[in-house]
Write a protein that binds this ligand. Structure first.
Ligand SMILES: Cc1cc2nc3c(=O)[nH]c(=O)nc-3n(C[C@H](O)[C@H](O)[C@H](O)COP(=O)(O)OP(=O)(O)OC[C@H]3O[C@@H](n4cnc5c(N)ncnc54)[C@H](O)[C@@H]3O)c2cc1C
Length: 629
């Protein structure tokens, strides 16, 4: 029997469908439940994993990265907008950033109310890691946030371990989504009056530094595969900042966080000769316009200075943990007992920072006999990721709030409902919405709340039953399940199930995608450098890959998910390559360098580079940047 005949179909009807179970989706769930109750509406949520530990925060975090401190007058919304604009080299939607900044503190206070331990100082104030960051005991961060979301929605309205593959459309309106269970043979059809997309960003589009059994170790946890970008693009939504990838510099090989070391311990990073690239290469910053002169120096420019050292053969680059710990403890050097106590305290903070969120980094330290108070650790630039909520900016182009528009921006940035994409009824938040970076875990939750409130308002105003073409759904079911049949029918025609002329397994497909992106779109092995000619060649190879995606084969449900994850990644890759090609300048060295257009071009390119896919045609367009603050 074919998979199409074997799989039972389950239909779910709801007013609002939230897709994803991460930070943005959990925020959406809490807010949507509140407004739905007031309006007698139904909300359902679907996650490919289990909400308690799904998404980028699954392992926990050691800091909340966005807290503005409005109540205590620590900062203003404008301060945050200025910071984000500078860090993104001038390319940001100020209305979106400000909207999140003015609501994020409330979200953090909710986290604390729900039981998240936030570090306190002797006066009862939050302990800051940096200006915007709060230290937390965050190993159960996601469990705490998910519990509140589950309580708000009720578990009957939550579908876990269901992988969403495609949007359902009624003309220019999004009316639901389809997907399949990764645990049993069930095909799901979700019909909804509004859909909120929050499926995170993408990892493993580029070849990771890790190989062999370490392959799953990347900075970005391996389970977000570009589904947000795919879903919104397939629905016909305009996308933005698809070129703005993120490259984090992290502890090498286990990708441990550096924030606490740079910000809390005030550690230096030096090259193998003891030189400090942030000091020795300062003059390089002059080349990068006004952004090289601001404080803090934009993340990509900091990366770039370190990369120049590596390219000159001055690596490895080290985080000077031993020096930083010693310097702090030195204040106690005249009191041996206090000194010993302080050293112990610092040592345990150093380990805890990893145990909270990147356990494998502590395992690597243990495996390599690294005692941070005695020995430096290597840091390195990781492979590129798509994470619009962090220091990247890729995502859908969404409407901003009306009250934060200037006379100029309103026509371009506002079309009715905050966080609605250019597709009616389709909302986006967290990594799924673009041009509003630095929202992190807390801001993504806050943005999820903003988007959910707007989505409920949309349903109240447009309360018609969704029209779903079941003939189309049937076609989708056949296409989505096809890899299972292809594998089953042809598996006997080979002596090695990994290599068969009739099908390509998802892992092999992923390797091919990663190789193209690594070599042609500026990955690790090409020192993050690319050019028009390399990108054009990459596009040619991506077209062949797309052709072969029709031959993906899956042995089981898990592999079926892997097939679709990789199709989603492939679309994210194409959007990226096309947008780097479109933007004829280098604006974010340290994220990527276009060797044929090696300079910033403020005259022509201080704009958003947007795209849209319609009837398989990709359109590229420039959109104006409006300064509001
Ligand atoms: C390594 C790392 C470290 C970070 N450190 C910090 C930090 O210290 N402090 C901080 O504040 N922020 C930090 N962040 C940022 C923070 O994790 C993100 O900003 C936040 O998680 C984004 O929320 P989101 O809801 O968009 O995505 P996520 O939280 O990643 O959630 C995505 C959800 O979508 C689901 N999903 C994916 N694909 C599908 C599909 N096809 N079908 C159904 N469901 C799907 C996933 O299962 C998941 O539930 C870090 C991020 C990373 C990757």
């Amino acid at each position: 029997m074919s998979a199409y005949d074997r799989f039972k179909t389950v239909e779910v009807s709801t007013d609002l469908l939230i897709i994803g179970g991460g930070m943005a989706a959990c925020g959406s769930a809490v807010e949507a439940a509140h407004w739905a109750k007031k309006n007698g509406l139904k909300v359902a949520l679907v996650d490919k994993a289990a909400m308690d530990r799904s998404g980028a925060v699954a392992m926990g975090l050691s800091a909340i990265n966005q807290y503005v401190g409005l109540k205590d007058g620590q900062n203003t919304v404008k301060d945050y907008v200025d910071y984000v604009r500078n860090d993104l080299m001038g390319v940001t939607r100020e209305d979106l950033v400000a909207n999140i900044a003015r609501h994020v503190d409330g979200t953090v206070h909710l986290f604390e109310k729900w039981g998240l331990p936030i570090w306190k100082d002797e006066n009862g104030g939050y302990v800051h890691e940096g200006r915007w960051q709060l230290m937390i005991n965050g190993e159960s961060y996601k469990v705490v946030v998910a519990e509140a979301a589950k309580n708000a929605l009720g578990t009957d309205n939550i579908y876990e371990r269901v992988f969403i593959t495609e949007p359902l459309m009624d003309g220019d309106k999004c009316v639901g989504a389809v997907g399949f269970s990764v645990r049993d043979e069930t095909f799901y059809v979700f019909k909804a009056k509004a859909v909120l997309c929050a499926m995170g960003g993408a990892v493993h589009v580029f070849k990771p530094r890790s190989s062999g059994e370490g392959l799953g170790r990347a900075w970005y946890p391996p389970w977000n595969s570009g589904s947000s970008a795919y879903f919104t693009m397939k629905a016909g939504a305009e996308m933005t900042c698809q070129e703005v990838r993120f490259i984090p510099v992290r502890f090498k090989d286990a990708y441990g966080p550096v924030g606490a070391w740079f910000l809390l311990f005030k550690s230096r990073a030096t090259n193998a000769f003891g030189g400090e690239y942030m000091v020795e290469r300062r003059s390089e910053l002059e080349k990068w316009g006004p952004y090289g002169k601001v404080k803090p120096i934009p993340a990509n420019l900091r990366n770039w200075l370190g990369m120049l050292d590596v390219m000159e053969g001055k690596g490895p680059i080290y985080m000077r943990t031993e020096e930083a710990i010693q310097k702090i403890a030195d204040a106690y050097k005249d009191d041996p007992k206090a000194f010993k106590k302080k050293m112990k305290e610092l040592e345990s903070e150093a380990w805890e920072d990893f145990l909270d969120m990147t356990i494998s980094q502590s395992i690597l330290w243990a495996a390599t006999n690294t005692q941070p108070e005695e020995k430096s650790s290597e840091i390195a630039a990781a492979e590129p990721y798509f994470i619009g909520s962090h220091s990247g900016a890729s995502g859908a182009w969404v409407s901003g709030p009306e009250d934060l528009q200037s006379a100029d921006s309103k026509g371009d940035y506002f079309w009715g409902y905050p966080n609605m994409t250019t597709v009616k009824g389709l909302f986006a938040a967290g990594d799924a919405s673009g041009a509003s970076s630095h929202k992190f875990s807390s801001g993504s939750h806050a943005e999820g709340r903003i988007a959910a409130k707007a989505a409920i308002a949309y349903v109240v105003d447009n309360n018609a039953e969704p029209k779903v073409d079941m003939g189309k759904v049937d076609e989708l079911k056949k296409t989505i399940l096809k890899p299972l049949d292809l594998f089953e029918q042809t598996k006997g025609q080979t002596t090695d199930p990994n290599i068969n002329p009739n099908y390509i397994r998802p892992k092999m497909f992923m390797f091919r995608l990663q190789k193209i992106m690594d070599e042609y779109a500026g990955g690790v092995s090409s020192q993050f450098t690319t050019s028009k000619h390399l990108l054009q060649k990459g596009m040619e190879l991506l077209a062949f890959l797309k052709e072969d995606s029709d031959k993906l084969g899956a042995e089981n449900l898990h592999e079926l998910m892997r097939c679709w994850e990789n199709i989603h990644r492939m679309w994210q890759a194409e959007a990226h390559v096309r947008t780097i090609l479109f933007r004829e300048e280098t604006r974010w060295p340290g994220y990527y360098f276009r060797a044929d257009t090696p300079k910033l071009d403020e005259g022509n390119w201080l704009v958003f580079a947007n795209l849209k896919v319609q009837n398989d045609e990709w359109q590229m367009m420039k959109r104006k940047i409006h300064k509001i603050f």
